[in-house]
Design a binder for this molecule. Structure first.
Ligand code: FAQ
Length: 325
């Protein structure tokens, strides 16, 4: 159904209905699944929620890879719990997308055939244990900044899913920062690993907020519909302002020679990431892009028997109910 929706050129909407819908949004009403909504609103939500769900699921891969190599039993248990949380987040989000008329199977197929994206950050590999610290500290930190406002997004099921997700992301961020504290207070080699992970993941973290506002094709309409609450650049600036003092506390340097406190702006000036690299990653050319999709493809194929067994079980149950009637 969603694939048809993407192809459909039909965009006509009844102007009266559109105005009434916008008035509800402007009044701060929540839109619920059975309410009338413009086709573009539904399509944008499916794209954003679907991409978000895929990001949570693909986002398990870099950390999942380190579960067996965590340096202690405690760290292993914590990382395992975090990775399980990400799976849960993916499931809440797929359920929220399903309320818009698209199935999880359809969304997964579109991820695998390249019609849908996942967050650019997960196209970068996690090379050392320090990356587990930086993923929690910076990547979950960026995710929280982006998702806390989404608790007030106009679509009810998405906003409600965000409440629990944000609580868990806060724990994730703290565990990442805790790893960083241990690393920077460890041996010189451990501190070097922490700095190296920060150097590699700083600019990809800035990219998580999306392209600069001037190049963000969806922001204007999404903000009018309150699907997005803040612009990409606003959140990126907030992230830098929040993260620089944390890096100072850790005794680590942000890899940016242009980073400076701007008294007038009451914010940091900072260098932009290489946006051509970002768009290249979106095309599937990130250092780990092929591995990520291959891993999801293999998981999808390995899980086929479970999906088939569940369908067979449901059919059997339905037959039994019909026979009893
Ligand atoms: N990566 O017009 P805009 C997490 C695409 S969750 C890939 O600005 P929009 C948890 C965009 O889709 C992280 N693609 O787009 C975790 C569009 O392409 P399209 C995920 C990106 O939607 C932590 C084009 O560029 N969070 O990390 C990215 O208005 C640790 C133009 O861009 C969410 O998804 C990107 N970074 O704003 C898990 C939050 N940025 O579709 C494991 C919800 C942009 O037209 C471990 N999403 N694009 O072909 C959002 O807030 C928005 O969708 C943005 C992008 C802000 C990401």
């Amino acid at each position: 159904m969603y694939a048809q929706m993407i192809k459909s050129e039909e965009t006509y909407e009844d102007p009266k209905k559109l105005m009434a819908f916008q008035a509800r949004i402007d009044d701060g009403d929540r839109i619920e699944p059975k309410d009338w909504m413009p086709k573009g609103y539904r399509k944008t939500l499916i794209r954003q929620i679907g991409q978000h769900a895929h990001s949570e699921i693909v986002g398990q891969l870099p950390e999942g890879n380190w579960i067996t190599r965590a340096p202690s039993l405690e760290r292993k248990a914590i990382l395992l719990a975090k990775v399980q949380d990400e799976a849960g987040h993916g499931l809440y989000l797929y359920c929220a997308a399903e309320t818009l008329g698209v199935s999880r199977d359809e969304l997964t197929e579109m991820l695998l055939n390249g019609q849908m994206k996942y967050s650019s950050i997960f196209s970068y590999p996690a090379l050392t244990w320090a990356d587990m610290g930086v993923i929690g500290w910076l990547i979950d930190g960026a995710a929280i900044l982006n998702q806390v406002p989404l608790q007030r997004t106009s679509y009810g099921p998405y906003a409600r899913a965000m409440v629990r997700i944000c609580k868990e992301e806060s724990f994730h961020q703290r565990q990442g920062f805790d790893i960083m504290i241990k690393m920077v207070n460890g041996t010189a080699e451990q501190k070097h690993m922490a700095q190296d992970a920060l150097n590699r993941l700083w600019y990809p973290s800035l990219m998580m907020f999306g392209p600069p506002d001037a190049e963000s094709v969806h922001s204007e309409q999404s903000m009018r519909w309150k699907i997005k609450i803040n612009s990409n650049d606003e959140l990126r600036q907030k992230f830098v302002n929040q993260t620089v003092p944390q890096a100072e506390y850790l005794g680590l340097s942000i890899p940016d020679i242009n980073l400076n406190w701007n008294e007038r702006k009451q914010s940091y000036d900072f260098s932009q990431p290489d946006w051509s690299e970002f768009f290249d990653v979106l095309e599937g050319n990130g250092p780990a892009s092929v591995d990520r999709i291959e891993a999801r493809q293999a998981a999808w194929e390995d899980g086929a028997w479970v999906r088939e067994a569940r369908i067979a079980h449901a059919e059997k149950k339905n037959m039994a109910i019909l026979a009893a009637e």
